[in-house]
Design a protein around this ligand. Structure first.
Ligand SMILES: Nc1nc2c(c(=O)[nH]1)N[C@H]1C(S)=C(S)[C@@H](COP(=O)(O)O)O[C@H]1N2
Ligand SMILES: [Mo]
Length: 354
């Protein structure tokens, strides 16, 4: 006879449920794929997916440039194409582990994925417009509008001009060999390798070279590491070193508590960092750390790792921790942040071995 689950008092907040169901995460079993199948790629959409007709779409390059340009999708596709395999992670990934929690998307660990993005190098399009002396930042404006903390705006972010000129920053029109889907920014989005996801502006309409720091809300107020609301904070930029394992065994439907049979288990996962290549991954059973085996090359995407474990009967806690070539490593416990940003603490998975 199956056991029944007791009802839980109180309601979910309507806002939290709506945010979680609009913004799907990558199921951790999808860590098995080098490239996340498109339908399993996580999503983060602040407002509504805007109506966008590729046939009439234009992207404008304006501001401190000698030659303002406006390009149709057909014109953009005449530039040499370039494909980059990029791991995107939401800056708020891991927010759901923090207490007190910030009212935003309640990611636990699943706000990360990898895709092959195809488009044109932003640098080649910027060079066509010829940024003038005095240009310091480039702002990227999306077509999606909404209200956040009382301020109406279109989602927009900026990059320092020198970062925007890196050859691997893409104006992408395809994902995993197919046209971009509406939820991923069709017909055109920015992809900034190594940066937290908010930099990769979707539904990109306007690229503006600025002679001062961009003052949009998503740039100046959101996406800062802060320990109190009185602080100006430190902007979220490059992805902190992080790793995940695909939880071994099988899950309980409701609690997702996991169990596996005794014997040799191959535990596998992925590690990534926007700061430097992954240098090392360690795997722990009940707090005893051992070296995991790194697989594949190290590019701008996550790197596969594997650890073999002879699982003996009992309750165990599995954990993984990555270190990058710059010496950054994951903290053992979450570091609280006001907005719930940048939680790259080690993942812990409880496993019952029978
Ligand atoms: N225009 C626009 N671009 C956006 C967003 C958005 O809401 N609007 N969300 C950003 C955030 S916070 C993330 S994490 C990534 C998510 O990209 P994905 O949904 O394709 O995975 O898109 C970024 N680009
Ligand atoms: Mo995000």
């Amino acid at each position: 006879m199956p056991q029944s689950r007791a009802p839980i008092a109180g309601r979910f907040t309507r806002e939290e449920v709506a945010l979680a169901s609009r913004n799907s995460g990558m199921p951790l079993e999808a860590l098995r794929y080098d490239v996340t199948p498109t339908g399993l790629h996580y999503l983060l959409i602040h407002f509504d997916i805007p109506e966008a007709d590729a046939a009439r779409w234009r992207v404008e390059i304006c501001g401190r440039v000698a030659r303002p340009v406006s390009l149709s999708m057909d014109e953009l596709k005449k530039f040499p194409s370039r494909t980059e395999r990029v791991t995107l992670e939401c800056a708020g990934n891991g927010r759901g582990q923090l207490s007190p929690r910030y009212p935003s998307v309640p990611w636990m660990e699943e706000g990360v994925s990898t895709a092959d993005w195809t488009g044109v190098s932003l640098a080649s399009v910027l060079r066509l417009a010829q940024p003038l002396d005095g240009g310091v930042e480039v702002a990227f404006h999306g077509a999606d509008r909404g209200v956040d903390r009382g301020v109406e705006h279109a989602f927009a972010r900026s990059l320092p001009l020198r970062e925007a000129l890196a050859e691997d920053v893409l104006l992408a029109y395809a994902m995993n060999g197919a046209e971009l889907l509406p939820q991923h920014g069709a017909p055109l989005r920015l992809v900034v390798p190594g940066w937290y996801g908010m930099a990769s502006v979707k539904w990109l309409q306007r690229i503006e070279v600025l002679e001062r720091a961009f003052d949009g809300l998503q740039q100046q107020s959101s996406y800062h590491f802060r320990s109190s609301s009185l602080e100006r904070g430190v902007p979220c930029r490059r992805i902190r070193v992080n790793s995940l394992m695909a939880p071994p065994g099988i899950p309980d439907f409701y609690s997702r508590a996991r169990s596996a049979k005794a014997g040799t288990l191959a535990v596998h996962g992925r590690a990534w960092s926007g700061e430097a290549p992954i240098a090392r991954v360690e795997f722990a059973v009940d707090g005893k750390w051992t070296q995991a085996e790194l697989k594949g090359g190290s590019g701008k995407a996550w790197r596969a790792w594997q650890a073999l474990w002879h699982a003996e009967r009992g309750m165990h806690e599995l954990a993984c921790r990555a270190t990058d070539a710059a010496g950054n490593t994951q903290p053992l416990a979450p570091v609280w942040d006001l907005g719930g940003f940048g939680n790259n603490s080690v993942q812990r998975v409880a496993l019952s071995v029978t």
